[in-house]
Design a protein around this ligand. Structure first.
Ligand SMILES: Nc1ncnc2c1ncn2[C@@H]1O[C@H](COP(=O)(O)OP(=O)(O)OP(=O)(O)O)[C@@H](O)[C@H]1O
Ligand SMILES: [Mg+2]
Length: 262
């Protein structure tokens, strides 16, 4: 397979360790270009850890991580180059409080390109327009609602036109209306800009409707992979426990204890 027709993400036999402990093992996953994949799972199951492997922040302990057909490089200039092609919306927004909305969105463009100021302003304008926040260009983060701040962070993640977007808990702290706005925005951006999106979340009911594919992480591995409809229909007790949010069942409540005992 050439990189031109390779999937956006391909994980094979992936094992990820942190602090001397195996967090995830035996992960096989293909994310087709243009798709939206939901990565679901309980708190502490390793969802953010999986994203860290995609951005090259955490090297695999075993197996391979490929993004657009290329193995993710480590500790080099090549990694920095690859990272420009991945937009990340972090579990917090990470906006700089003493910069305006427009200045926050301009930051990646100023850091990673040598574009002239007029063009940077034009690009910032376009990105803010894409998230419906052109009017808030001169506002500071403290003047924005939670939902607006999340959209600014989204515009900033899109600044360099990355073909792959990673969202880590994009709904944290948002009310149902703001959550709906963010989810439909993620879907619209994915479709209109031809992106590939991976959404990590424990908000199952908000995330599944826009996902083409869903995977569930629990007990150190992938316990489900399929379409949203297949997930709804599964009778796997472990997956059902997670979907229903029940404390008792095959998913250990204290995953740290489970890891230590293993
Ligand atoms: N830097 C680190 N060093 C050591 N252990 C870590 C580190 N980061 C995470 N872990 C451990 O890895 C496991 C998975 O953490 P991770 O943050 O990936 O979970 P998560 O599924 O994203 O949880 P949440 O839904 O709460 O964000 C946890 O047991 C956590 O304690
Ligand atoms: Mg997390």
């Amino acid at each position: 397979m050439t990189p031109a027709d390779a999937p956006a993400v391909h994980l094979s036999g992936l094992r990820l360790d942190r602090g001397g402990r195996t967090i995830l093992r035996g992960i096989d996953l293909t994310v087709p270009r243009g798709s939206i994949t939901a990565v679901l799972g309980p708190s502490g199951s390793g969802k953010s850890t999986l994203l860290a492997a995609l951005t090259g922040e955490l090297p695999p302990a075993a197996g391979t991580v490929e993004v657009f057909g290329q193995p993710v490089p480590h500790g080099s200039r090549a990694l920095l180059e690859m990272r420009k092609g991945i937009g990340v919306l972090l579990q917090g927004n990470g906006l700089l409080t003493d910069l305006t909305t427009a200045e926050n969105v301009a930051l990646p463009l100023r850091t990673h390109t040598k574009l002239p100021e007029a063009l940077i302003r034009r690009l910032v304008d376009l990105k803010l327009n894409a998230v419906g926040l052109r009017a808030a260009a001169d506002a500071y983060p403290r003047e924005l609602s939670g939902g607006m701040a999340r959209r600014v962070a989204l515009a900033r993640a899109l600044a360099l036109d990355p073909p792959l977007m990673l969202y880590d808990e994009p709904l944290t702290g948002l009310d149902p209306i703001a959550s709906g706005v963010i989810m439909s925005l993620i879907q619209r951006l994915n479709d209109t800009l031809g992106l590939t999106s991976i959404i990590v979340s424990h908000h199952v009911h908000e995330t599944l409707p826009i996902a083409d594919q869903a995977v569930v992480i629990a007990n150190g591995g992938l316990v489900f992979s399929g379409t949203s409809a297949e997930l709804d229909a599964t009778s796997d007790p472990l997956v059902r426990q997670f979907l229903r949010g029940e404390p008792d069942g095959p998913i250990a409540f204290d995953t740290v204890k489970r890891g230590e005992a293993a």
